[in-house]
Design a protein around this ligand. Structure first.
Ligand code: CS2
Length: 502
């Protein structure tokens, strides 16, 4: 089979969409740090729409911060890859629509050549540096949001200005070069699932810049923009079976297609230092303030996703569609949204929250995605603060019941034991895995008591001011006992019957 690239793309089957513009005429306007599947199925697709409409300034240089695998897959393909949008037809049969994306022009692997990354950030044509580096990539304390100057990558980067390895270090040294060359200010655009992601990024960049050069800090503060944005599209990890299926449909080998659901949302604050693509052509919207959208999305989508993932993974329900297909889990997730999350949401004029909830349940039921619960379960220490704890804090402050919210948290604590109800062990994939599993073993594994639950809640970088919270402890106690003794299915049944409330 031939490989997908500039010379073979013209011969793909007619049903496959592909770039109709002149790729050679593309300029590089965007440098993206963390070129994983999500970005390629989301922002790159919206950028492709803007380019296809004739604005050729927005080609993308994609940077991998750690591994060479994306570059190794896509460089022989001239940066081309397929986006497979998957859902089911009216009879429930999985189907997909294929589009070859041409927006990614060049791929860099930061550890191989950090200087090339700094040069790309400093280049005159670059207007936007965007990021999907995941929650942990901000090297901040999830509970306070502050940059951790004692984070090993930050310590390293302060000592190695020519070879930074964190996104924050790369940005600041790239901006330093740009400032020295007088190439004008940049927009730094976070696409990570963090509340006020632009402000978190801004604070981290300014803090780091302060450490190396206060003039640079002042320039960044006065000239560069950090719009917040809310991103939403479910993008499961590509498997070998996906590679084979997409390649067969293309009659051409694509080493790294990406998959996504049809749903797409992106709410961006329209504060850009220079120009920007018209991403509305790809389904984005520009909003004066992204924070209410972020709150809606983090609490409703990511909060329920994580709850579902820990419960599902422990019960042996491997994918989101299989998990939401369990009537007791579906009842719980729907009631969690309606009864416990929705009353905490900000006012969003024009939002039909019941329709949003129904649509979200339908997205989870998509049988064509096979989104693995263990994939969502990773990095819980980084995700839970914005996904679950904000809602919990709001409800605790108002004295409202928290049983369903607490069940997600209890399921995460339960998940730390590293073996599911079928006896399968799995790895805890989390930057705090060692400390958290040790804590689990010292506390919960010895029996669920007020003291052992409080020992877990004392893990400061996750729980912050919730340490020792009596109402939260009381809510967690019967749920954890039930999960340990009776398992996920029985616990869900009990919670749905209104039992196990503190
Ligand atoms: C998921 C998200 O893996 C996860 O943690 O909750 O990636 C989720 O699929 C997206 O944020 C949906 O927009």
């Amino acid at each position: 089979m031939q490989r997908l690239n500039d010379s073979t793309v013209g011969a793909l089957p007619a049903a496959v969409a592909r770039p109709a513009y002149d790729r050679e005429a593309l300029k590089t306007g965007i440098v993206h740090l963390g070129i994983g599947a999500f970005m390629r199925a989301h922002m790159a697709a919206a950028t492709e729409a803007a380019i296809a409409a004739g604005d050729l300034r927005w080609g993308i240089t994609g940077v991998s911060l750690r591994q060479a695998d994306t570059r190794d897959a896509l460089a022989p393909q001239d940066g081309l890859y397929t986006l497979a949008i998957r859902d089911a037809d009216a009879h429930g049969q999985p189907r997909q629509q294929l589009q070859v994306i041409g927006a990614v022009q060049r791929l860099l692997v930061a550890p191989e050549n950090p200087h090339a990354v700094l040069e790309a950030i400093a280049a005159a044509d670059t207007r936007i540096v965007s990021l999907t580096v995941t929650e942990k990539g901000y090297c901040h304390d999830p509970a306070t949001g502050a940059l951790r100057l004692d984070h090993p990558d930050i310590v390293h980067d302060l000592a190695h200005p020519h070879a930074p390895r964190s996104a924050i270090g790369m940005l600041v040294y790239g901006l330093q070069l740009r400032h020295a060359r007088d190439h004008g200010p940049l927009t730094l655009l976070s696409l990570d699932n963090l509340p006020a992601n632009g402000r978190v990024l801004r604070a981290a960049v300014l803090r780091f810049a302060e450490e190396i050069d206060s003039t640079l800090r002042t320039w960044i503060e006065g000239q560069c923009c950090f719009p917040c944005s809310m991103v939403d599209r479910i993008v499961p990890k590509t498997t070998d079976a996906d590679r084979a299926a997409v390649s067969a449909a293309l009659c051409c080998a694509d080493a790294w297609p990406v998959l996504g659901e049809p749903f797409f949302d992106w709410a961006i604050e329209d504060e850009f230092a220079a120009d920007r693509p018209d991403w509305t052509l790809g389904g984005a919207r520009f909003v004066p303030d992204a924070e209410p959208f972020e709150k809606l999305k983090l609490r409703m989508v990511n909060g329920t996703h994580s709850s579902l993932a820990y419960l599902g993974a422990m019960a042996g329900w491997q994918t989101v569609d299989k998990a939401i297909g369990q009537p007791a889990l579906r009842t719980h997730i729907e009631a969690l949204m309606r009864d416990e999350i929705e009353p905490t949401l900000p006012d969003l004029p024009g939002l039909d929250v019941a329709a949003y909830r129904h649509n979200l349940l339908a997205r989870y039921a998509n049988p064509a995605l096979a989104h693995r619960t263990h994939q969502i379960a990773m990095d819980g220490s980084q995700k839970l603060p914005q996904r679950l704890l904000g809602t919990l804090r709001d409800r605790l402050a108002r004295g409202l019941p928290i049983t369903r919210m607490a069940l997600g948290l209890a399921a995460w604590m339960h998940y730390l034991r590293g073996v599911d109800e079928l006896g399968q062990s799995y790895r805890i994939d989390d930057p705090h895995a060692a400390a958290l599993t040790a804590l689990h073993q010292q506390s919960l594994a010895q029996g669920v008591t007020t003291q052992t639950v409080q020992a877990m809640l004392g893990y400061a970088s996750v729980f912050g001011d919730l340490a020792g919270n009596a109402a939260l402890t009381a809510a967690l106690l019967p749920l954890l006992q039930s999960l340990q003794t009776h398992g996920v299915a029985a616990t869900l049944e009990a919670v749905n019957l209104g039992e196990l409330a503190a």
